[in-house]
Ligand binder design. Structure first.
Ligand code: NAP
Length: 455
């Protein structure tokens, strides 16, 4: 099977990896492909963080970083470690012992309870839980499988992608993109039992082989941002990235941006990063960007003056033109971006639309700086530009991205690594834009860094 968790190419199924002291009492090799783990296999007590029971033995309780509504606010307060029931996999679900969990901006939103209260939304949909265990990136080992799981086996070393949907969704049954289905959700944000617990629950289609050459923390770092970037750059027919295209990447040194630069470069395109310091620009160049623009040299951000305000418009347009010239300077030629990779939103969309090449596309997956993104329709329609929303990933996109990681073509850009106790701090720093370039990761089952490589 191509690029699936059931592939034999990625590690020792059913065995306790010798380099993983996390897995305490070493179990005899037990192959359980295709077999459900019965509840009789469970133990009552949780293991300590950084340790795991023998593969396939599932405790009743686990430690998890939990968000509750009464704690909504700063992530350092919202996330608290609690002892929770280990969820049981239902049909087509997989229980994964989390070795490392990636940190993403979505759980800053979850901790703050805005723009949506994910707990209340789930309760309105009929779910009983009054808590949120987030975490949308995991690397780990499969510990149990539900009924009808046929592409993942207990003992597989895996990573997860964040696209979640109901298998029986009529939209999907009709052959449409699952990520545009009414039931489509972001795993570990919209859904519960993500990777900030010792065990997480995923749908089997989300589970993919872990790249053998990566450590647990490297493997957990980038799947969410990488697969999101893949969909933005290659998912929108008519405007997919091609050789020699110019791709402008906002936040080039951030989680999404670092992946976008590499994906575009790998496709033969020329990526120009936008950053807030020369150090970050140099980092983007190390990932393959041909150059960068330092956004702190401009001040025309945010909602532009109304079009009837001639003086304000002239000033704003001059700012946009100067920014466009800076892109040409970074490129070394007078070409406008065929694709603009957007996520800041309110602060930058007017500029993105302005500088985008005729017939090009601004693909946006977030509104980190705000949601009132004004588009001057004169530049939009006359130059026939496309403003494309993009969200999450589907299986085909995620598997294609994961194969690039397995093939060593994409670096997961590991940034700061945190302990399990520091989940709140990791999110607080992300929100404040602090810390090293790249993607933050929390160690969960892995007791130390640099474990988990099998080649
Ligand atoms: P990140 O690692 O924190 O990177 C964000 C980057 O944005 C920063 O590196 C920063 O770079 C840049 N930035 C900050 N303020 C800015 C401003 N005012 N103008 C322009 N750039 C600014 O975050 P991320 O993981 O890349 O995620 C970015 C956003 O995408 C978040 O809102 C996240 O929730 C969203 N997202 C959505 C999806 C989806 O499926 N829809 C998936 C992944 C992420 P400089 O300061 O160097 O410019």
């Amino acid at each position: 099977m191509e690029n699936t968790a059931a592939s034999d190419s990625h590690g020792s199924k059913g065995e306790c990896p010798k380099d993983d002291p996390a897995i305490v009492k070493q179990a005899p090799v037990r192959r359980r492909r295709g077999h459900r783990v019965e509840l009789g296999d469970t133990m009552n007590h949780p293991t300590e963080i950084g340790t795991l029971p023998p593969i396939g033995e599932v405790p009743d309780k686990m430690h998890a970083q939990v968000v509750r509504q009464e704690r909504f606010g700063d992530p350092t307060r919202a996330f608290q470690i609690e002892l929770m029931d280990v969820p049981r996999p239902g049909p087509r679900e997989v229980l994964i012992a989390v070795m490392a969990a990636g940190v993403n901006f979505n759980n800053v939103w979850a901790a703050r309870g805005t723009p949506i209260d994910v707990i209340a939304v789930r309760q309105r949909a009929g779910e009983p839980h009054d808590f949120h265990i987030g975490g949308s990136d995991a690397s780990g080992v499969v510990y149990a499988i539900g009924d009808d799981v046929d592409r993942v086996a207990v003992g597989d070393r895996v990573v997860t992608h964040h696209g979640w949907w109901n298998d029986d969704d009529p939209w999907i049954a009709a052959g449409n993109d699952p990520m545009t289905a009414p039931s489509a959700s972001i795993w570990g944000y919209n859904t519960n039992f993500g990777s900030f617990g010792q065990y997480c629950l995923a749908q089997q289609h989300q589970v993919m082989p872990k790249a053998p050459h990566l450590s647990w923390e490297e493997a957990a770092a980038a799947t969410l941002v990488g697969t999101t970037a893949y969909r933005m750059l290659f998912g929108w027919a008519g405007n997919t990235v091609k050789k020699d295209d110019v791709v402008l990447v906002w936040g080039g040194s951030g989680g999404l941006g670092g992946q976008a630069i590499q994906l575009a470069t790998n496709a033969g395109a020329r990526a120009v990063a936008v950053v807030s310091s020369d150090e970050r620009g140099a980092y983007c160049e190390s990932l393959g960007a041909v150059g960068y623009v330092n956004r702190t040299e401009f001040d025309h951000w945010g909602v532009p003056p109304h079009w009837k305000d001639a003086a304000g418009q002239a000033e704003w347009t001059a700012g946009c033109r100067a920014f466009g010239k800076a892109i040409w300077g970074a490129l070394g030629e007078r070409r406008n971006p065929n694709i603009v990779f957007e996520h800041p939103g309110e602060a930058t969309i007017p500029t993105s639309i302005f500088v985008c090449e005729s017939g090009g596309m601004v693909a946006i997956c977030a509104g980190t700086t705000g949601y009132t993104a004004v588009v001057d329709l004169r530049y939009h329609w006359v130059r026939q530009k496309r403003l494309q929303g993009s969200h999450g990933t589907n299986d085909a996109q995620a598997y294609a991205y994961n194969q690039l990681v397995i093939d060593g073509k994409i670096d997961p850009c590991l940034g700061d690594v945190f302990s399990f106790e520091e989940v709140g701090r990791a999110h607080q720093e992300m929100e404040a834009g602090l810390g090293a370039e790249g993607n933050r990761v929390v160690l969960v089952g892995a007791p130390t860094r640099d474990l988990g490589r099998t080649e």
